[in-house]
Design a protein around this ligand. Structure first.
Ligand code: SF4
Ligand code: SF4
Length: 407
């Protein structure tokens, strides 16, 4: 494995925000306002307070120590050598579902860092000093051996595209890449990747896929604190798209979109990153995506945390859904930037399955109460979370699969 020790890891990476005394210019720290978990006066820098339920682990455990604020303060104490890494600290740091709500809210952060970044840096610190949580070891092993969090052998990668007749990177002049994501070969991601590819073909788009050459975007490596693995995956992906002359990357999963957009701007110069739903919205506006069938259903859309708060993509899915004849879009109370997490991110389902399930069930309850007959979403993590709930009242479907039915 190629390591990149020159890049900072762990709390060293965010020391400016932890009051590194040796630096001339320090970042502003947490002002303990409590807004990130719904117990502040209001959001410190804006008028709209949003819903009171903000941080999933805090809402589940109901102890102060499970708040973003506490994660920040605990990390700060470790940074200054005042506390050591204890099992209790690990439980608190790893219970974060990576919903990005605290990043969205925290008003003192306007420099690209926030309470979630510090939580992730603390995870990196733990990984460096003690290794990953036992529950996350298989993910790290899978990434190291197969570039895949679920240890899927390379030879099995890209099976989702079998029979679709899609061109491969390097064997075609197309400069648009459909990045399917690791979940495309699993139940949670296959329908979305297949339907997006079909929709793009239908519109006459020229694009390529990576097939068995595709590796993980780095989502798990980044969010679970395996920073060295993350840098390695990022480097590999950048090399691949560079060699293939790719100018546009279209992702099938909201989390892949978030990771690709965060690759170094310098190396992504001239490459546009879009989620499939943004891409389809462009086709719709250009009159190249036409709906010929009607779907008479009440549909509610679940904003995946990584596509919504992570990438600010809120309207494209709604515009497309409203354009489908017969569809009535009904909103859940917690929508767009206040969307409630499904509990599926940050390694929470592996380490804290009960909390994760509680999260998903709470979201499905909200969807049912909104009057929706179908919940659609566009993240394989969310689809996996909802699939783990034992319920039959509400149908859950991938957004692209839903859209394809109207073609
Ligand atoms: S990212 Fe979400 S779960 Fe994690 S600390 Fe922030 S609000 Fe809580
Ligand atoms: S992390 Fe940000 S929002 Fe949360 S208490 Fe601190 S300053 Fe307030």
């Amino acid at each position: 494995m190629k390591e990149t020790p020159e890049k900072p890891l762990g709390l060293e990476r965010v020391k400016r925000w932890l009051y590194d005394k040796s630096l001339d210019e320090r970042g502003a720290g947490c002002v303990l306002c409590g807004s990130c978990y719904g117990h502040g006066p209001v959001n410190p820098m804006e008028d709209e307070p949003g819903f009171k339920s903000k941080c999933p682990p805090y809402e589940y455990y109901r102890f102060q120590r499970f708040t973003p604020k506490s994660r920040w303060l605990m990390s700060q104490r470790v940074f200054h050598g005042l506390d050591s890494i204890t099992p209790e600290l690990k439980e608190i740091i790893y219970s974060c579902t990576t919903c990005l709500m605290c990043q969205e809210i925290c008003g003192v952060r306007n420099d690209g860092y926030g309470p979630w970044d510090i939580t992730v840096a603390m995870r990196e610190e733990i990984t460096e000093k003690e290794g990953p949580l036992d529950a996350h070891r298989p993910i790290l092993e899978g990434l190291r051996l197969f570039d895949n969090p679920w240890s899927q052998p390379r030879s099995d990668r890209g099976q989702w595209a079998k029979g679709l007749g899609l061109a491969r990177l390097g064997k075609n002049e197309a400069s648009t890449l459909l990045f399917a994501g690791c979940s495309a070969d699993r139940d949670s991601g296959r329908p979305g990747a297949v339907s997006l590819a079909k929709l793009m073909k239908q519109a006459g788009e020229r694009f390529v896929i990576m097939g068995e050459e595709e590796g993980c975007c780095g989502l798990y490596a980044k969010d679970l604190g395996f920073r060295k693995e993350y840098y390695r995956l990022e480097e590999g992906n950048l090399r691949m798209v560079g060699m293939g002359g790719i100018k546009k990357i279209v992702t099938a999963c909201g989390s892949c979109r978030r990771i690709w957009q965060d690759y170094p701007a310098e190396e992504m110069k001239g490459i546009e990153v879009l989620h499939g739903v943004e891409y389809l919205e462009g086709l719709l506006r250009a009159g190249r995506l036409k709906f010929t069938k009607s779907i008479r259903k009440k549909v509610t859309y679940h904003d995946p945390c990584h596509l919504g708060r992570g990438c600010n993509v809120y309207e494209a899915p709604r515009t497309i859904l409203r354009s489908i004849p017969g569809v009535e879009l009904v909103e859940m109370p917690r929508n767009r930037r206040w969307s409630w997490c499904c509990g599926g991110g940050g390694g929470a389902p592996e380490a804290f399955p009960e909390m994760s399930l509680w999260n998903a069930e709470d979201r499905l309850r909200e969807a049912q109460e909104s009057g929706g007959e179908i919940l659609v979403t566009t993240s394989s993590l969310c689809l996996r979370s909802f699939a783990s709930c034992q319920q039959e009242q509400l149908k859950v479907q991938d957004l692209f699969e839903f859209i394809y039915q109207a073609i």
